[in-house]
Design a binder for this molecule. Sequence first.
Ligand code: G3P
Ligand code: CA
Length: 265
Amino acid sequence: TAAAGEPGRSDRPDVIAHRGSSGVAPENTLAAITTAREHRADSVEVDVQRTADGELVLLHDCTLERTTDVEEVFPDRESYALSDFTSDELARLDAGSWLSPEFAGEPIPTLREGIRALGPRTDLLLEVKVCAGEEDLGKAVADALREIPGYLPRAVATDSLVVQSFDHDETRAFHDELPEVSVGLLFGARPTDAELADAAGWAQQANPRHTLTDQALVDQVHALGLDINVWTVNAESDMRAMIDLGVDGVITDYPQVLREVLRAG
Ligand code: G3P
Ligand code: CA
C-alpha cells in the first residue's frame, strides 16, 4: 500500500478486485482472477472455504446453488452446503454458466490453483469464510498455504498476501500459526474503539464496509498504525469519495473502472 504525501494517508489506494473481476466474470473463478490481472488490479480478493475431504477451494456462499449447476448434477441431495461435498464431486460442477454461457465449464478452483493464476505480480487478499459448523479454518488455511511449494517465503518477502475474515477469532488463529503473514479484520458494522485498539496489537488492516467509512474512521485507523481497505465500491462517485478519504485499498467488482477513475485523477 502506498502512503506517500501526508503522513498516515494513502494518496493512491490499491485497486483490489472483489472475488476477482466479478463484475464481468464469474466470481471466485480462474476466469475472474485472470480478468483482474488484465484489468491491472494490484490485488485480488477471493473467499476460501473447505470441502468435506479437507480441500480448500474458492467460493463465497456457504452453499453451491447460486453460482453452480449443483441442483442439476446432484438433484437428489438434501443439502447443497459446500462442506458436504468432496473435491471430486465439486469437479463435476460448472461455476461459470450461471453468469454467462461464455464461461461454461469454469470450475470451482482450489486455493492453490487460484494462487497460481495470480502470477508473480498480483497480490492476494484472502478472505477466510467461516460458515456454520466450521471449525479451525484459520489453521487449515495456514496449513494449506505452507503446502504450496515456495509460496509463503515469497509472499512474506514481497508483502503480497493478506488474510482477512469477519471471524476475528479465526483470523487470530491464523495469525498465531503464521505471524509473519499480514492479517486484516473485516467489519460489517462500524468498529468500536476497543475493537480497533485490539486489532492494532496484532493485525495490519481494518477493513470496513465502505458505507460505514468516513474521515474520522480513516484517521482513527491510520493513527493506530493500521491500513484500511473498504468494500465493495462499485459506483464511480463512491470510488472518488473513498479515494478522497485516503483509504489504502478499494475493493471493487470493477477494477478496470477504478483504474480509470484513478488515472483521470
Ligand atoms: O473483502 C471484503 C468483502 O468481500 C466482504 O464481503 O460478502 O463480499 O465476502 P463479501
Ligand atoms: Ca469476500
